[in-house]
Design a binder for this molecule. Structure first.
Ligand code: B12
Ligand code: SF4
Length: 454
């Protein structure tokens, strides 16, 4: 059996530090196979990320080093150059290569979006696209037994299904760190998204088919988190929690039955969710909803291939107010079909969304193998040779980005429940953290008694 060092290379703490869940799942699968695993999370060593790498490699002497890469950049068109994270990961790989010749294996959501480019840029040895639990074990087996293998391993036809999901190998010291800094832990109840929103990378990372964990298995894990680690607040990291098959309802029913008593938040797709359904979600502990509303009027919703309209967003928001569940809507401006007229229409529409928070973004990060990449090439916004490794944004040619940015800033500046540009939101959150507050934080702004207009 091998000694495997797993490193979570993510050092971003905006909008909050997030537990390296992917690493914890891969670690669980390796341990189950009998390997000796060490998890190193660099976010806990921000003052000097290289020191723990050197020390751990010397002390642990791994046979394989796996690096989890979560983010490529901050997907914010206002962000400075430093918000591109791969330079730092390249330094990490370089440091490791100075110390050992053992294989360096990459994985994680960012890696899975552009595997060939990232493997080459980072000068690592191997990479696994998509879920790593089964494939990393297989790769280690092949390398140990000198069976020839490709440098990049793509997902198989048989991804993990209901019976083969692992329980994350959470570690006490990491749990303490994240609970202390972000006030929550995370858990994933399902994988995959069948929708085809044309800018989105999620189906590339997790596949299109929804694969749900057994509700009993989920609840067992949540109770373990509570009893063993004293965690009572969670974020479900599913691409969409409210899947159209309604599997999520079974999960929350079981959470209620088993008296989980946990507070939780998640991403939701704006779909018709009845007041009684929202009531049940709230009863199970739902305390805040992040809603992928994504575009602010029917023309731009169509432009990114959404199958719902703005009325659906409005209805969901009204039902959330009735159920007294704080929600945050995320909107991207500048997508296909955006004009000065639709920006204005979008601002007017958003004005109708009461008692909620809005995060707005300018432009859409173009990622490889997405529909928006093709549109951008066809419209001459990017060349077909653009690798997209460095941040590159789609902005409709039917308007001027500066005009759009100024118009959005002017529309939102007087409101404390509207966050634009993103850095403005992060600054406000950092300020709240200085006062010792933690959690999503935006939910503190929603006040059902008093509208948030100033
Ligand atoms: C939930 C989520 C969030 C939540 C997290 C809440 C929480 N408390 O955890 C919130 C809203 C806070 C968030 C914030 C951000 N996010 Co986010 N997020 C996600 C999402 C939907 C799921 C991530 C997750 O937890 N997955 C579950 C775990 C189990 O899966 P996993 O990490 O992918 O791990 C599996 C595999 O990747 C692989 N694997 C992982 N590590 C390793 C290592 C090795 C060696 C191997 C072999 C395999 C392997 O195996 C694992 C198990 O199967 C993804 C999209 C997606 N569908 O992946 C975006 C995503 C990761 N986020 C992204 C981004 C950009 C961000 C932000 C920078 C956005 C911003 N400006 O605010 C921040 C950064 C936050 C931070 N501190 O890092 C991008 C990253 C890629 C990119 N474009 O750069 C993604 C991919 C979405 C996108 N736009 O494309 N996010
Ligand atoms: S934006 Fe949401 S609904 Fe659309 S494909 Fe991505 S994860 Fe699925």
């Amino acid at each position: 059996m091998s000694r495997v060092l797993l490193i979570s290379s993510n050092t971003t703490t905006d909008p909050m530090a997030v537990y390296p869940l992917g690493m914890a799942l891969v670690a669980a699968s390796l341990e189950k196979e009998g390997h000796h695993v060490k998890q190193l999370d660099l976010v806990r060593h921000l003052e000097n990320i290289f020191q723990p790498i050197v020390r751990t490699i010397k002390e642990f002497d791994p046979d394989f080093i796996g690096i989890s890469i979560r983010n490529i950049d901050s997907v914010d068109s206002f962000a400075p150059e430093g918000a591109w994270y791969l330079d730092k990961v390249k330094d990490i790989v370089g440091q490791i290569k100075d110390l050992t010749q053992k294989p360096v294996i990459l994985g994680g959501p960012a890696f899975s979006i552009m595997p060939e480019l990232i493997l080459e840029f980072l000068n690592a040895d191997f990479g696994i696209v998509g879920e790593g639990e089964i494939l990393l074990n297989q790769l280690i087996y092949d390398l140990t037994n000198k069976i020839s293998t490709k440098k990049i391993i793509f997902p198989t036809q048989t991804p993990i299904d209901q019976k083969r999901f692992f329980s994350p190998l959470y570690e006490q010291k990491l749990v303490d760190y994240y609970f202390d800094h972000s006030g929550m832990l995370n858990y994933q109840t399902k994988r995959g998204c069948p929708h085809g929103c044309n800018y989105c990378s999620y189906p590339l990372i997790e596949g299109k088919k929804i694969r749900c964990q057994d509700p009993d298995f989920i609840v067992e894990n949540l109770i373990r988190l509570k009893e063993k680690f004293n965690v009572d607040t969670l974020f479900f990291t599913d691409a969409i929690f409210n899947d159209h098959q309604g599997e999520y309802l079974k999960v929350v029913e079981r959470m209620i039955e088993k008296k989980c008593n946990m507070r939780w938040a998640a991403y939701f797709r704006p779909e018709k969710m009845s007041p009684s359904e929202l009531k049940m979600l709230k009863k199970s502990g739902l305390y805040a909803m992040e809603i992928g509303s994504d575009a602010a009027c029917d023309t731009t919703l169509k432009g990114i291939n959404k199958s719902f309209d703005f009325d659906t967003i409005l209805t969901l928001n009204e039902n959330c107010i009735k159920a007294q569940i704080p929600c945050a809507h995320f909107f991207m401006f500048g997508g296909p079909g955006e004009t000065q007229k639709t920006v204005q229409e979008g601002i007017n529409n958003i004005e109708q969304l009461e008692n909620c928070v809005v995060f707005a973004f300018s432009g859409i990060r173009i990622l490889p193998n997405t529909g928006i990449q093709k549109i951008a090439i066809d419209q001459g916004i990017i060349s077909s040779g653009n690798t997209l490794l460095k941040p590159c944004y789609y902005v409709s040619q039917l308007l001027d980005k500066d005009w759009m940015d100024d118009t959005l800033k002017a529309a939102f500046k007087k409101r404390k429940d509207r966050f634009f540009p993103p850095e403005d939101g992060y600054m406000r959150m950092r300020a709240l953290k200085l006062f010792g507050l933690k959690g999503l934080l935006w939910d503190l702004v929603v006040n059902f008694k008093n509208p948030n207009k100033e």
